[in-house]
Design a protein around this ligand. Structure first.
Ligand code: PLP
Length: 292
């Protein structure tokens, strides 16, 4: 027994990247009996939820929701556009880039890792060089992690698009925003991102359990040419369901939908730009403290 009194009091507060701190509004919204999954409120909640997620991602395009964690979104994104044997380029700046690449390898992709270490962002000039050298356009996708949580390196995703364009390369630009979504500035359409994956348990402040794949029309065209996509991972019916159950390929993540609604309402009240600004101020404060 310590001779010091235990000074902790009240609700526990664990500050890790995720699961992140869940606001009272989110917890309260989830504390309810099981809703009807066939008709009524829950069914009506989905279209505005999808619209609000698109607004935060700054995209006019599509979003598919999955019951699963970030790894599920990683696999979902790859399953819709990558066939066994396809070449994938992974510029890695920490554990998470390598992890997404390992998942592509497990799905049969031919993965080429460009490891930029743990201290600095991707070297865009080297990426552009590699893409220019691929004159046969064998590389089908570039997997870019926006913020690699293991190193906290922030990468210039728009810069990867510029490298692709400079090389005149048609590969899909796929971004992992699992750590950065609703924290760091991200603009899917303006930055030319074809596919973006994220989860609900970091910037979206909801307990782990749902994740998202955003995709544009270019990515949808690649999906349409795939010989087959497993029914569960197929993003097409989830993004454009004819029936409610197709949003989730089965039972809806009932309570997560209520939690997400509350989180999105909080983000909209502050505005996403306001959220990004607040995170920037807090980041600068931490860096300044470390310098001091
Ligand atoms: C957390 C995280 C993941 C993995 O998400 P899980 O929900 O743990 O599967 C992937 N990429 C990044 C950048 C992350 O921060």
């Amino acid at each position: 027994m310590s001779s010091h009194p235990n000074l902790s009091h009240g609700r526990g507060y664990l500050a890790i990247p995720g699961p992140s701190i869940m606001p009272e509004a989110v917890l309260n919204a989830m504390h309810r009996p099981a809703p009807n999954i066939y008709a009524g409120e829950l069914v009506d909640m989905m279209p505005p939820l999808m619209q609000d997620l698109r607004a935060i991602a700054k995209t006019k395009h599509n979003v598919a929701m999955y019951i699963g964690n970030g790894h599920a979104a990683w696999e979902a994104s790859l399953a819709n556009v990558i066939s066994p044997g396809d070449k994938v380029l992974v510029p890695a700046t920490g554990r998470f880039g390598l992890g997404w690449g390992e998942m592509a390898t497990a799905l049969g992709a031919d993965v080429e890792v460009m490891d930029f270490g743990k201290q600095s962002p991707m070297d865009l000039a080297r990426i552009a060089e590699r893409l220019k050298a691929d004159t046969a356009h064998e590389i089908k996708a570039v997997l870019a992690v926006h913020v690699d949580t293991s190193t906290s390196v922030l990468n210039d995703v728009a810069g990867v698009r510029a490298a692709l364009d400079a090389a005149g390369h048609p590969a899909l630009l796929m971004a992992d925003c699992i750590a950065s979504f609703a924290c760091d500035r991200f603009e899917m359409d303006a930055w030319g991102v074809d596919i973006m994956v994220t989860g609900c348990q970091k910037g979206l402040m909801v307990p782990p359990g749902v994740s998202f794949v955003f995709f544009n029309d270019r990515a949808a065209q690649v999906r349409a040419k795939m010989p087959r996509v497993s029914m569960f991972w197929d993003w097409a019916p989830r993004a454009n369901p004819q029936e409610f159950y197709q949003y989730h390929c089965g039972t809806a993540p009932t309570h997560h939908i209520y939690g997400l609604r509350a989180a999105l309402d909080m983000i909209h009240a502050e505005t996403i730009e306001g959220v990004w600004d607040r995170h920037t101020v807090l980041a600068r404060a931490v860096w300044a403290a470390c310098e001091a």
